[in-house]
Each structure stands twice: as C-alpha cells, then as structure tokens.
Design a protein around this ligand. Sequence first.
Ligand code: GLY
Length: 330
Amino acid sequence: MERAVVVASANGRVGILRAMEVLRRGGSALDAVEAGVREVEANPRDHTVGYGGLPNLLGVVELDAAIMDGRTLATGAVGAIRGFPHPVSVARRVMEELPHVFLVGEGAERFAREMGFAPAELLTEEAREVWLRMLREEGGVDDPTRLPYLEKIRTYVNWAMDPEKVRAAYAAGAPDPPGSGTVNFLARDHRGDLAAATSTSGWAWKYPGRLGDSPVVGAGLYADNRYGAAACTGRGEMTIRTCTAYSLVRYLREGLPLEDAGRLAMEELGRLVDRYFSTVSVVAMDRHGHCAAFSNRAGATYVFMTEDMDTFLERDRIYIRVTEGRRESM
Ligand code: GLY
C-alpha cells in the first residue's frame, strides 16, 4: 500500500484534515482534493475562494475551479461561474459527464443546475462592504448603481490594480493584494494515484468575465501519475503565460529532483515583461509523494500532511527570487 499524502496552499488548512480522512478511508486522490477544496469554498472568512469571495468590479462573485486526475490526465474546469458555491464539484462533473473539459459563464451555470447543484448567494455582507469601500475610497464612486459601464470601467479595474502600487508592494515583500489568492490541493492515495484541484474567486475587482489560471490546465494545475503534480496561486496572468504547473511537472519528467523542477518553473516567470509583475506561489509533489512549495514572495507558507502524522504541518515555501523581464541572449 502506498503512502497517502496531501499538500495544499496555506488557506487549505481548513480542509486538509478532511482530505486526509478521505485518503485514510481508502478514498481516491480525486475524492480527497475535491473534499479538501470544498471546505475552503464553504469558509466565509476566506475572501479568495467560494462563498465570501471578493466580487468583480460590478459586485458579483465569479468563481473559477478545476480538477485533474493523474491516472488518465482527465480534467474538468469551470470559469466565471456565478451563484454556485462549490465550483470544484461542478468541474468534476464536467470531467465525468461531458465530452468537454471547460465550461464558462452561463453554460457552466446551466450545467450546474442540470446536475442538481444548489444555487446560493455568494456575496457576504462583509465582502459587499469591502467592495463598496473600494469603490468609494479608491474609485471615487459613492453609488454602485451609477458605476460607469464598459467604456469607463477599465479605468477602475486599472485603478484597483495600479501597477505602481503592485510593484511597490512586491518589491517590499508585502502580502498578496486582497483577492489574489486561490486554494490548491494535491493528493496521493494508497494506490499511488495523484490528483490536483484549484478554486478561486479570482482577482478582486476584476473585469467581469476575467479568468485566472486556476481553471486553466497546465497553468494553474497539472497532475500526471508518472511524474508528479503541481498547482499555483497568485497572479494568474503570469502563470498562464509560462504554463507554470505543467512546466514544473515537465521538469520532473526530465528527471530533475523536485526542488530543481520548482526552481526552474519559477525562474521562467522572470522571462515575463509585465507591468503588474507580482506574487506567484506553487505547491508540488513528485510521484513518490515528496512535497515542496515555492514562492517569489519571502515568508509564504503551505500545509502538508502524510497519513502517519496526527495533524498537518505549516512550513515556509522555498523562496525563489524572480526578477521581471530577464531576457536571454539569443
Ligand atoms: N491564481 C488565481 C487567479 O489568478 O485568479
């Protein structure tokens, strides 16, 4: 019997015991990552995932999630889905019920209804207050019903993501901007099978319809039984461009040790020229269940648990200094 292991982003601490319970009972890695993520999606204090997540610019919570089965590379994903609190489970049904891998917006909501998922209001009073305060204090808008539409809205998205502020915060090693988080879970079960899952409410105040990396296979998550698994948090616009999760697993395939694979996948971010260059963090596991996690922000943590542990441990991620816009000589 193989050793069961779970690794997650730090906000996964509310779900990691549940995920391990699934594995201890002989459940699959796929069941474990879904169960772990669902606990985070239900946590109203987490403003980056599921119920209680911070909304888009118009005050609507839009969620992204994905799940991947390392046995078969099967995957399911949903993007910009509104009104369903467990997008990871909808993503799993996409994987299991449809010939597609990715549904977005109204189509994803229609499918969730057809699959019997219960709809719910996801914007909590607390998240609504934060949104209103942002509009008032940072956007100069007192009445959200008078928010300028379309032609002006980009001004506010840009304000909320002022590149100078983002850069200054990154340079100072400040915590991630609000709403840039995600939950990642990776698991290995008693059969040695791997799975990965992600879920997020995405970048707070995002332009409606914006997708991050969480539902994008290869960018936000990847799992392949033969080599390992990885998943990302942070600014999805960066990992989408360097396919960070796949890149790490690909380095494992090439025979690199886990820590070298993570370092090289992170360093690839330095190739980006990006006004909003900011934090990216990765959790990873090799096929034997060895775990590691990486971040370009010092002090970032992650959680992990093996089945012989009484509870999970929270550890510092390996800090990888990444400088934006590194150009290779040709
Ligand atoms: N990593 C989450 C996002 O970019 O939405």
